[in-house]
Ligand binder design. Sequence first.
Ligand code: ZN
Length: 295
Amino acid sequence: MEMVKINDDVYAYINEPGTWFRGNSGFINGKRMGMVIDSLATREMTDKYIKEISKISNVPVRIVVNTHAHGDHAWTNYMFENAINIAQANYLEAINDQTEKLYLKYFPELDFSTSKYSVPDITVTHGISLYIDEKEIKVMHLPNAHTTCDLIAYIPDDKIVFTGDILFSRPCTPFAMTGSIRGNIMALEFLKSLRASVYVPGHGPISYKTDNIDAAIKYLKFVQSSAMKIFNSGENFIEASKSIDLGEYKSWLNPERIIGNLARAYMEINNNETMINEDQIIEAMMDYKNNFDNK
Ligand SMILES: [Zn+2]
């Protein structure tokens, strides 16, 4: 994990790519207060992060913005004790969903005993502008993309965007199982239209161009066309999804996400009329991961 200085007061804390539950975070330093964009999955990770922040700032973190409700971006909000926590309105529904717990058994190396959600202090529907000194941070909701409660933090003056998991930069594989493949593509197009100089993704290295956005769009379109093939073949979804040839995406990290992504794309083909059981998808995805890892 590495604290990357983007400019005098904007930092990105970049986690090791390619393992589940290891997200990136952002830190903005001000004269009176600091702001954090996303907490991390476990107490151990966040302890280290808070130490890193204290090396560059002596003011308290007063604002935590969550880019979405996944645990690796939200489970340790409570450790920023003096902060007001801001999230999108749909976040409340998402944190009551127990599905994420199904993953935990697959990662015994991580200690989730102190990982927990807290209820946000403020929820926003479309967005809000926050200021750290004179610096405006536009917090904007992009509907139905990686999840249903995505927020990005855009700093227009600095041309920096914290994208949350709307963007996974290479070599990380995008993941929109709990959102929308179609919506994620639209959200990525929107990110491009901001013409920023720096895109800090939810996972993977910082992107200084739009090539990672293009690559993610291309991958998600591949997911859509593959899902269409399965749909048209009439085969059992789980079985057919395991045998999709990943082609150029085989070398990206967490290739197993293809299963979750295909499931979402498949459901979107007929406007969610065919629902696939989420527990089954997660199990199939982790099976795929184990088979892939052992190859
Ligand atoms: Zn996520």
